[in-house]
Design a protein around this ligand. Structure first.
Ligand code: NDP
Length: 240
């Protein structure tokens, strides 16, 4: 019997309440991992997983979550920086608040998610970090200059951090999802959605499970042990 080797591994997922994060939590739990998930406010229970209220924009709150996870589940092997938000508008209409909110969650939030765990990974000589970027950061998207900037920045962070962590046995990768059916994409007007689907060679939006399996692969010390600093595009062939 082969396995992804995630059994009993402690893995933390941010933004696990709903959408892609919730599916990642469910799949990792089914694969036998000890999963902790965070969200600003916990309003969804996922069976078998530890839920902790923590805001990724607040480093102190993430450090407190890390302490609780270590106490309740043990040393952390995997971190999935998934929490993200959009504040879409055309460039001329974006406000300073739209920029700050998106940078705080999508970019600083990734730093705050990784920082409390990384030194422990170095000490133990193992770990895998997966950051959720976006097709928008990879190829750009009108109406998302603020969001795309943060998601492109995450790719730079991942590629640089992977170079720092490799000597400690810690891998760092990004996933760039295409358009996925969640609350986030529900906000896209139907007419715009139709145009996007026409551009996607698979002719449909992806599902949260499609991203969850890619996360499991990149976390796996068996399946992706020699992959680090990589961006895995999961987008139904919706490339540049
Ligand atoms: P959702 O909006 O459905 O879920 C995002 C989750 O993140 C929510 O549970 C939300 O909490 C949580 N969250 C938001 N802000 C914070 C915060 N400050 N601290 C902790 N948790 C927070 O989004 P998706 O599931 O669609 O997206 C997940 C990730 O995938 C994001 O990084 C997104 O940018 C990325 N992505 C999504 C794509 C898509 O098409 N859906 C495409 C490409 C990338 P709450 O419930 O309280 O709002």
């Amino acid at each position: 019997m082969v396995s992804l080797g995630l059994e009993d591994k402690v893995i933390v997922v941010t933004g696990g309440n709903r959408g892609i994060g919730a599916e990642i939590v469910k799949l990792l739990t089914e694969l036998g991992a000890k999963v902790a998930y965070t969200d600003i406010k916990i309003d969804t229970a996922h069976s078998g997983a530890l839920a902790i209220a923590a805001d990724v924009t607040d480093l102190a709150s993430m450090k407190a979550a890390a302490a609780q996870i270590a106490e309740k589940l043990g040393p952390v092997y995997g971190v999935v920086a998934n929490a993200g938000i959009t504040r879409d508008n055309f460039f001329t209409k974006l406000t300073a608040e739209d920029w700050d909110a998106v940078i705080d969650v999508n970019l600083k939030g990734v730093n705050h998610t990784i920082a409390p765990f990384i030194e422990g990974m170095y000490e133990r000589g193992s770990g895998s970090i997966v950051c959720i970027s976006s097709i928008s950061g990879d190829r750009g998207n009108a109406g998302q200059t603020n969001y795309a900037a943060t998601k492109a920045a995450v790719i730079g962070l991942v590629k640089s951090l992977a170079r720092e962590t490799a000597r400690y046995g810690v891998r760092v990768n990004a996933i760039a999802p295409g358009f996925i059916n969640t609350e986030m994409t529900k906000a896209i007007p139907e007419k715009v959605k139709e145009k996007i689907v026409a551009e996607i060679p698979c002719r449909r939006f992806g599902e949260p499970e499609d991203i969850a399996w890619a996360v499991a692969f990149l976390l796996s010390p068996v399946a992706s042990n020699y992959i680090s600093g990589e961006v895995l595009r999961v987008n139904g062939a919706h490339h540049t």
